[in-house]
Design a protein around this ligand. Structure first.
Ligand code: ADE
Length: 226
């Protein structure tokens, strides 16, 4: 549910998400909240009761849009993208990937009438501690992260087995051909053919990187690994 459905057009068509949609592994249905307004002016927002900056999205078009989607069905989770929500992470992505269907409400302007959130029983979710102009980008971020855990979206080569956040470590550096580029060589250990040594090198690099960039994650790694 969005006021800017065209923001999703390329997202649905391109890259791995596009392929998954084409293969019908994934279905992304975009609903324009404005189609449900009952205002003659076609407007979907109004001023804030009690005063305050900006405009708020009205409850009615959102709730009517939601009811059209649900069509009497129950048991489908609805998330409202908002900086006030619980911060999204990889664990939540895996959990969401087990759902067969999820609703997302993208807000705009100063937010939405609280009654809309109550009526659709929305859980607020944020993608990080910064404020964006709308929920569309966060929605696409979440769909992308969730889709990676849906069977068939990634090929074996792109698997989620060895990647950042697994075991609370960030991913080690990787190299491809040529062996030397602009005077920079691939670490020789990666050409040694010694799998044990390569694994050791990768783990050490992961630890080094995590310690430097994400001391919070490194603490978790230490606590859960000993
Ligand atoms: N809408 C605006 N900012 C947001 C954020 N950080 N996360 C989710 N939705 C948002």
């Amino acid at each position: 549910m969005t006021l800017f459905p065209m923001m999703f057009t390329d997202f649905k068509r391109e890259s791995l998400i596009g392929k998954a949609v084409e293969k019908k592994i994934l279905e992304i249905n975009v609903f324009n909240i404005r189609d449900y307004t009952l205002q003659r002016s076609n407007s979907v927002d109004d001023e804030v009761y009690g005063g305050g900056n900006g405009m708020l999205m009205m409850a009615q078009p959102i709730y009517d849009c939601y009811r059209a989607i649900m069509n009497g069905r129950t048991g489908i989770k609805t998330y409202y993208l908002s900086p006030k929500g619980k911060t999204f992470n990889q664990e939540m992505a895996i959990e969401m990937s087990n759902e067969t269907e999820i609703n997302f409400l993208c807000g705009h302007y100063e937010g939405v009438d609280e009654r809309a959130l109550t009526l659709i029983n929305a859980e607020e979710v944020s993608i990080g501690d910064y404020v964006l102009t709308g929920g569309e980008l966060p929605c696409m971020v979440i769909i992308d992260a969730v889709a990676r855990f849906v069977k068939g979206v990634l090929s074996n080569e792109e698997s989620t087995n060895e990647e950042s956040f697994r075991n609370n470590l960030l991913e080690y550096p990787q190299y491809t051909r040529p062996y030397e580029y602009e005077g920079l060589k691939v670490p020789d250990i990666l050409l040694s053919g010694d799998h044990k040594k390569v694994e050791e090198w990768r783990l050490n690099k992961s630890i080094e990187l995590t310690k430097r960039n994400r001391p919070d994650l490194y603490k978790k790694y230490l606590n859960e690994d000993v």
